[in-house]
Design a protein around this ligand. Structure first.
Ligand code: PPS
Length: 569
């Protein structure tokens, strides 16, 4: 049997042993795995991360950072660590067993804790990502999302993680190896992707397979990719839609539940090792492999071919050959894609960036035929309809009595008059009555109130509706956090109703300012509690010199300008 067809070591116990182990594990302390840890654990257990037999201990961790090797000398470029909170780790003893549970509470594995330590995350960022710039998604995750303490130790697999989507497309390394053996595929070139496939990708993958006389494994990542990427459900539908444009007898599509780090060159070496474990003999590396986008100054984090250079150095040791490609561009004169370095500088070429594609989808503009397949665009348009058909949130903020609710109601009515999308008003008073009735006005309670409003608005936005929020929302940081949650799904339009305290107090419709001045209401915004003025709202309304109708009309025109609504002619 060929080496790449032989089974690879998995870390699962046999079903007989695992029943007893599961009963025992129910008495261990439990750690609820994060989505990223679930991805890592699956690949540790099924051999995708071979030779790892668990989460790295401190010695392996330092060795991976410094030398890209485990302490036994094996090549391993990315630290796979079990990050936990200080609180959780404080009572743990070395040698203790911990049950690792998924989001539903199922025990997937146990770990015997051999090491726990406080990592130097800045050092890790510098070594792995070559930067500490938090615009790098990997750095951002490391510094802001991961637990403070790392645990290391061997893992025992008790249960295979369940996936309910695209079941027939999910293969473990051993299932792929078996398939390759059955099909008589000796050489397999793998294509790693986190994007929908367009014509250039098809050209590239077909050319790679042809050049090395290999079969092709399209191996997209469906675990965690770069924030803002097209979701994997849509992507897999896109891949399936064009699978018939590949030769059936030499191409297969399989999904890998990997959590990417976007670490460019180091990540390329890691991807190579993972594909080797999945039985592949060749691996495609194009321009800017696993690149994280631009840094804080607008420059690329890694040079476009750094990943190819590093991979080449280690290719023999990884045990997989690189099939490298330069950037492909479309040459109308030839009617096909060509590597950019093979062209005369005066020849006309065409290309469409990811940003430009999104713009065309958002504006509902045509995407040229040379760029993509109608089947792929149809799927993308379903998920990314034009902005005028997507959900969005209008978020009013301002002092009590500034006019937020009155204007919000006027806008609500106008949007309902136009029709097309469901509109929901989350007014400060209404929310306080229904959603946050137990909360007071401390900073903590105000933040919780706003985050709840943000959560509901993000759900409405995600599902294609319009959410109009009108709380005081006095704190910038909380408003930013709501903005970040919502912009994953649709636009966020912040409107500062900038009525001065003097006018609000003069109006004093509810009589609350008077009570606040008398000290009968504590922590009243503007009087005895802060209001942080928004620095860059999408719109600032001067209600002192404009009527409610005028303010509402301004907002409607702004929404039209942003492409969020369309006036019918
Ligand atoms: S916050 O800070 O965003 O959570 O406040 P919000 O939920 O929007 O407040 C809703 C209404 O509560 C009334 N109210 C107070 N406001 C500010 N500070 C204190 N201490 C307070 N106590 C009661 C106030 O009338 C708010 O209504 P609006 O619609 O803003 O006038």
């Amino acid at each position: 049997m060929l080496e790449n067809h032989k089974p690879i070591k998995e870390l699962y116990l046999s079903s007989k042993l695992s029943d007893t182990a599961k009963k025992e594990a129910a008495n261990y302390v439990s750690w609820d795995l994060t989505p990223r840890q679930i991805c890592d654990l699956e690949l540790i257990m099924n051999g995708g991360f071979s030779p790892l037999n668990g989460f790295l201990d401190e010695e392996d961790y330092n060795s991976v950072l410094d030398n890209m090797r485990l302490k036994d000398g094996s090549l391993w470029p990315i630290p796979i660590t079990l990050d936990v909170s200080e609180e959780f780790s404080s009572n743990l003893k070395i040698g203790e067993n911990v049950a690792l549970r998924n989001l539903e509470g199922v025990i997937l594995a146990t770990i015997r804790v051999d090491a726990k330590w406080l990592p130097d995350k800045f050092k890790e960022a510098k070594k792995v990502f070559q930067t500490t710039d938090e615009t790098h998604p990997g750095v951002n995750f490391l510094l802001n999302n991961s637990g403070k303490i790392y645990l290391g130790g061997e893992v025992t697999g008790l249960e295979r993680p369940q996936h309910y989507d695209f079941k027939s497309r999910r293969q473990t390394p051993n299932e792929l190896r078996k398939y390759f053996h059955k099909m008589g595929w000796q050489k397999i070139v793998a294509f790693q992707t986190r994007n929908p496939l367009h014509r250039a990708h098809q050209e590239l993958t077909l050319a790679a397979a042809r050049d090395v006389e290999a079969n092709l494994l399209i191996h997209p990542v469906v675990g965690m990719t770069k924030p803002g990427d097209v979701d994997h459900f849509t992507r897999v539908r896109c891949y399936e839609a064009i699978l018939d444009k590949y030769p059936t007898f030499s191409t297969t599509l399989s999904l890998v539940n990997l959590a990417m780090r976007m670490a460019g060159p180091r990540e390329a070496v890691w991807h190579g090792l993972i594909r080797k474990n999945h039985g592949c003999t060749h691996f495609i590396i194009g321009r800017d492999h696993a690149g994280p986008g631009k840094d804080i100054d607008g420059n690329d984090f890694y040079a476009p071919y750094d990943a190819q250079i590093l991979f080449k150095t280690y290719s023999k040791e990884i045990g997989i050959e690189m099939v490298s490609f330069k950037e492909l561009v479309y040459v109308p004169e030839y009617g096909k894609f060509k590597p950019i370095d093979e062209l005369n500088i005066d020849i006309k070429t065409l290309s469409i960036s990811g940003t430009e594609l999104r713009r065309r989808l958002y504006e509902g503009i045509d995407v040229p035929d040379w760029f993509s397949f109608p089947e792929v665009l149809k799927e993308l348009r379903k998920t990314l309809p034009p902005l005028s058909k997507r959900g969005f949130t209008i978020f009013f903020t301002g002092l009590s009595g500034s006019g937020k609710s009155t204007i919000a109601n006027a806008v609500l009515t106008k949007l309902m008059e136009m029709g097309g999308r469901p509109v929901t008003l989350l007014d400060g008073d209404i929310v306080r009555k229904n959603l946050s009735s137990e909360l007071g006005f401390s900073k903590e309670h105000r933040d919780l109130n706003i985050l709840r409003i943000g959560y509901v608005a993000s759900e409405i936005t995600k599902n294609g509706g319009i959410a109009i929020c009108a709380p005081i929302a006095p704190y910038s940081k909380t408003r930013l956090s709501v903005r970040n949650d919502i912009t994953q799904y649709g636009s966020f339009v912040e409107i500062h109703v900038k009525t001065s305290l003097k006018i609000c107090e003069k109006r004093d419709r509810k009589g609350l300012y008077k009570l606040a001045r008398q000290g009968k209401i504590k922590a009243f915004t503007g009087i005895s509690d802060p209001y942080e003025i928004p620095e860059q709202p999408e719109l600032r309304l001067d209600t002192e010199n404009a009527s409610v109708d005028q303010c509402a009309q301004k907002i409607i025109l702004k929404l039209q300008r942003m492409g969020l609504i369309k006036f019918s002619v």
